[in-house]
Design a protein around this ligand. Structure first.
Ligand code: UT7
Length: 322
């Protein structure tokens, strides 16, 4: 009998505080119109001082576990994607494990910037298929608001905070049909965070914030995502018309629209959260997926294409029968 993984439950969390474009226009030289037109973003959530990547991950994870009908102790692996960890070590996954009071399970972080959740899902899927895990908690959690320079209008307008989670479990039918991940370190200088968030004392001001050549990233993202959706369909012998939903990473509405066009998908089959969440990095795909499952758009049995692109560059896709 073949062994696959399937998504048994989903969860999400967004911090209470909302920062609109009008709020940002009071901080840097920008306008609501510029941000909305160039990015599709109107507002984003900002974590409170007491919140961390692990505290947000806990809320999203508890929802995913409850939704799946399982208990925390049924989980035998936690894979968490973040670029804004609570601590350099132990891993945020380990801190999440403690919060969930789970014992005797491995937990580790995956770091692939905005593509982190797709990478984490890919790792979790391999563990399950190989027979090394039965139930894996896969999480993306980010406090980007602590990684951006709030005086830099080219980056601070883009990012937001949040966490998304899925509980992946063993199944004799797919489930996760395929995952495809790639990276190319030649592009390391186009989008990066110079130092770990906790190393504030060892670097000068300006060294601890996200740096991005936005326009270059934009062009390569559009091209790469166009290619990866074709590769994903080909690997599964599927046509564009076989995809029910596109759940893209939410970096820029113009990147999302270009990918949808390439797939010949009308925008009402594309899950977009960017307007009210901005770019939540590794949390954006699971947050969007969770939202569309909860509001009844994505139904059991439907085919969903998830994709992401970000720093590294690192990019990936997952084709999922929900
Ligand atoms: O999730 C990881 C992957 N990240 C991405 O995929 C992000 C990809 N990049 C983008 O989304 C876009 O490149 C941005 C939204 C970041 C920028 O949009 P753009 O259309 O590429 O603008 P640009 O960088 O070419 O800048 C155009 C102009 C410049 O002024 P000049 O040189 O033409 O006078 C900028 O200085 O817009 C100016 N500008 C702004 N103006 C008002 C840049 N940021 C702002 C701003 N408000 N916030």
């Amino acid at each position: 009998m073949s062994r696959y993984s399937r998504i048994a439950g989903t969860g999400g969390y967004l911090p209470e505080t909302v920062r609109t474009n009008y709020d940002i226009a009071k901080m840097v030289d920008t306008t609501n119109e510029w941000i909305l037109e160039r990015t599709g973003i109107f507002s984003r959530h900002i974590a409170a001082a007491h919140e961390t990547a692990s505290s947000m991950a806990e809320i999203a994870s508890l929802q995913a576990i409850a939704e799946s009908g399982r208990n925390a102790e049924d989980i035998d692996l936690i894979v968490l994607a973040t670029s804004s960890p609570d601590r350099v070590f132990p891993s945020t996954a380990c801190l999440l494990q403690q919060r969930l009071n789970i014992r005797n399970c491995a937990s580790f972080d995956v770091q692939a910037a905005c593509s982190g959740f797709i990478f984490a899902l890919s790792v979790a899927d391999q563990y399950i298929r190989a027979g090394n895990a039965k139930r894996v908690l896969v999480v993306g959690s980010e406090i980007n608001s602590r990684l951006v320079d709030w005086t830099d209008r080219t980056t601070c307008i883009l990012f937001g905070d949040g966490a998304g989670a899925v509980l992946l479990e063993v199944s004799d039918e797919p489930g996760v049909m395929s995952t495809h991940i790639s990276s190319d370190g030649r592009y390391r200088d186009l989008l990066y965070l110079p130092s770990a968030p906790r190393e504030k004392s060892c670097c000068g001001v300006g060294e601890r914030y996200i740096k991005m050549q936005g326009n270059d990233v934009f062009k390569i993202a559009v091209n790469t995502l166009g290619k990866i959706v074709d590769e994903t369909l080909a690997a599964n012998h599927l046509e564009k018309s076989d995809i029910d939903w596109l759940v893209p990473h939410q970096a820029n509405i113009r990147i999302i629209t270009a990918t949808a066009k390439k797939l010949k998908m009308p925008m009402d089959r594309v899950v977009c959260t960017i307007e009210t969440q901005g770019n939540t990095s590794s949390a954006s795909v699971p947050l969007a997926f969770n939202q569309a499952v909860r509001d009844g758009r994505i139904q059991r049995g439907q085919t969903v294409l998830m994709e992401a692109f970000g720093g590294g560059f690192a990019w990936g896709s997952a084709l999922v029968r929900y």
